[in-house]
Design a protein around this ligand. Structure first.
Ligand code: ATP
Ligand code: MG
Length: 669
């Protein structure tokens, strides 16, 4: 077996070896018949139907919601690219996620199943959730929150976070969730930018068994907020960290108890009214305040949850992302709850108390559909298949990934060890700005090709173009563009229409001809079947002696080497070549760095791309610097490779690793 065949060497049993060999070779996978038989969307004609009926096709998404007043037009493009969807329609997101299910007899169905890190659990039925949302909505009103006031939610993965989101939605107050792992500064920047006068936070939460003091961080952040803020504090830790309330901070439990039984009518919101504000993760620079609306966003996330995640009301579904990230907004809270599904929430990390925690949660809750990130899958792979093997994962029907390209080897590991070769995988490309999924296979319809996200969804007009905007030939690298609007799209960057145009609508649009093309800033390739393979961000292109190389492609070649768990490739300054390829490599647990391993990595890159992509250095490291949402901070790795000053690393999940890597480089060279 040649190197790069991957998973094969881990197995001992002969039957398994054969199976692994077959899997390693296989490039296309069809959805299993058992899945197709029960799927929500099975008619291949949907692509044509959407194309012929565009934009009216999007009524299909709107039809999944309950509207208080029907919309007049599906799309209004008069002021493009400030598009409007479902104009003059009226609805309320909290009504759609709660009341209508209770009215339809689902009062006792579980809405949220919460797993605390330390093993406690809480289940909220749709009835319970509605009651608590109403009580907290009444509390917010009492504190002075009015329609259109931005409420900042600086909360970890506890049920009070979705409750607060839905309470805001109920009274028409847009929420702005700030990821709990972010620093005090990040909180202050976002509160100032949004001029947000209300904050809901908590005393603390658990990480790997330790109680973290969150309140201290929130207080520190508040000291840098330029205006008065009214705060509410959730008591998560009880005795462990007696939370203290600031001068005017209110206790969440007291407020909810005071307002128990309150009835708060859902405020009638215009389809175009802001549902929430979400700052992007900032992987590439200053975070952007993305504005999402009530009608278009909710219709889009509900539709994609139905068509791509195949969710049904009787399903138990789990997305392991954090709600502080767009994935959690769209696919833990709004999409699944609008469909009346049971959504699982987990407070902690995947390796606490043991590395089988996620599989234990899936087994215990009989999870039907599981959605996670490639970075997590690569960690599971690194830990080994013995952890999922200890658990009965047969309840799973469908798997999904989001956040980064998934390399074929990790895809196949996920397919085999988690899905038992019986679950389709949807590799969903989308962004904070797109609101919901854009490029992915439909699980019952399309063949899956590991490593390639798939075709654009029906009704989504995504292309791969060259620098001049012409569609590229199959196999050539170009840039993703979207030349028609879609309901889930961002409407603007908060208080910054100019930056909205500049960031997304300048590169490929022809303003004079009123032709607007959205530019997501991702590189991609397209094949003969119209499948799009994302190559990474436009910034992640390395220029070696005039040759443009995609970092993702090189990384994919490296992680194809048996024994390699994860890799990050960046360009570092080079006297002769301009830029040179630096590869940071994490090995699987039982592997040791060696010359032989280094040679195999270099050979794999040369085989896959060519000698031009040959890494200048291969650096073995135990971890990579990651953002809180799990993305590799390539900017930092570039600075390390180029010997630059490292600057602020405080928004990283693991800031200490940066020093360690930098020292490693110095000793090697
Ligand atoms: P910022 O825009 O602030 O720099 P960010 O782009 O990391 O941060 P997100 O909106 O969370 O913030 O991430 C979207 C990006 O993630 C996409 O543009 C793409 O680069 C990557 N991505 C998401 N899903 C996939 C996928 N399935 N395949 C490949 N890449 C993906
Ligand atoms: Mg981005």
């Amino acid at each position: 077996m040649p190197d790069g065949s991957g998973i094969m060497s881990e197995e001992t049993n002969d039957g398994d070896v054969e199976l692994e060999a077959r899997l390693a070779e296989q490039e296309a996978f069809d959805p299993p018949e058992s899945f197709v038989e029960q799927a929500n969307v099975t008619d291949e004609g949907i692509y044509e139907e959407f194309e012929e009926n565009w934009p009216e096709c999007w009524e299909r998404a709107a039809d999944l919601l309950s509207w208080e007043e029907e919309y007049d037009a599906v799309l209004n493009d008069e002021d493009a690219p400030f598009y409007e969807w479902f104009t003059d329609g009226k609805l309320n997101a909290s009504y759609n996620c709660l009341d209508r299910h209770v009215e339809n007899g689902a009062k006792n169905r579980a809405a949220i199943k919460w797993e605390g890190e330390k093993g406690e659990t809480r289940t909220y039925t749709y009835g319970d959730l509605l009651n608590e949302v109403e009580a907290f909505a009444a509390s917010l009103r009492d504190l002075g929150v009015e329609e259109d006031d931005v409420v900042t939610l600086y909360l970890p993965m506890i049920p009070e976070l979705p409750i607060a989101m839905l309470a805001c939605a109920r009274i028409g107050a847009p929420h702005s969730v700030v990821f709990a792992g972010f620093s005090a500064d990040a909180l202050a920047t976002r509160m100032n930018a949004a001029e947000s006068e209300y904050l809901v936070t908590c005393d603390g939460y658990y990480r790997r068994g330790d109680a973290l003091n969150h309140k201290e961080k929130a207080d520190k952040g508040l000291r840098s907020v330029e205006h008065d803020v009214t705060s509410v504090v959730v008591d998560r830790l009880g005795e462990e960290l007696t939370h203290f309330l600031g001068n005017d901070a209110r206790d969440y439990d007291d407020l909810v108890a005071e307002h128990e039984g309150a009835s708060v009518d859902p405020v009638s919101r215009d389809a175009e009214d802001m549902l929430f504000l979400m700052y992007t993760s900032g992987t590439t620079g200053e975070p952007k305040g993305v504005k999402h609306t009530t009608g278009g966003y909710l219709a889009y996330t509900t539709w994609t949850s139905h068509a791509v995640l195949d969710l049904k009301p009787e399903d138990t579904y789990w997305c392991s992302a954090d709600i502080g990230w767009i994935t959690g907004h769209s696919y833990i809270v709004y999409g699944p709850l609008a469909l009346g599904t049971t959504t699982v929430m987990y407070e902690g990390t995947p390796d606490y108390p043991e590395r089988d925690r996620l599989w234990e949660i899936i087994e215990k809750n009989r999870v039907d559909v599981f959605y996670t990130a490639p970075t997590a899958i690569r960690a599971f792979m690194k830990w080994g298949s013995q952890y999922p093997e200890e658990h009965d994962l047969s309840s799973l029907r469908l798997l999904g990934t989001v956040g980064e390209p998934i390399n074929p080897r990790a895809w196949k590991w996920y397919y085999k060890h988690i899905g038992g070769e019986a679950c389709p995988i949807v590799d969903t490309w989308w962004q904070t700005e797109t609101g919901g999924m854009m490029i992915t296979t439909l699980p019952a319809i399309n063949t899956m090709k590991p490593g390639s996200a798939g075709p654009p969804l029906p009704g989504v007009s995504a292309n791969v173009v060259d620098a001049a905007g012409e569609e590229v030939e199959a196999g050539e690298a170009g840039y993703v563009t979207v030349d028609k609007p879609w309901p889930g799209m961002l409407r603007t960057l908060y208080n910054n229409d100019d930056r909205f145009i500049e960031e997304y609508w300048t590169e490929y649009s022809d303003e004079d001809a009123d032709e607007w093309v959205y530019f997501p800033e991702d590189g991609a390739k397209i094949d003969d079947d119209g499948y799009i393979t994302i190559l990474g961000r436009v910034d992640d292109v390395i220029n070696v002696s005039g040759h443009r190389l995609g970092t993702m492609e090189i990384e994919s070649a490296i992680v194809g080497v048996s024994g390699v768990a994860e890799a990050a490739v960046v360009g570092g300054d080079h006297d002769v070549k301009g830029e040179a390829v630096y590869a940071y490599v994490i090995l699987e647990d039982e592997q040791e760095p060696s010359e032989d391993m280094r040679d195999r990595i270099v050979a794999a890159v040369e085989d896959a791309i060519g000698p031009i992509a040959r890494p200048e250095e291969v650096l073995f490291t135990p971890e990579l610097p990651k953002t809180r949402s799990g993305k590799i901070m390539r900017r930092l790795l570039e600075d390390i490779a180029s010997g630059n000053d490292l600057g602020d690393t405080s928004t990283l999940r693991n800031p200490e690793i940066v020093e360690e890597i930098a020292e490693g480089i110095e000793t090697e060279s």
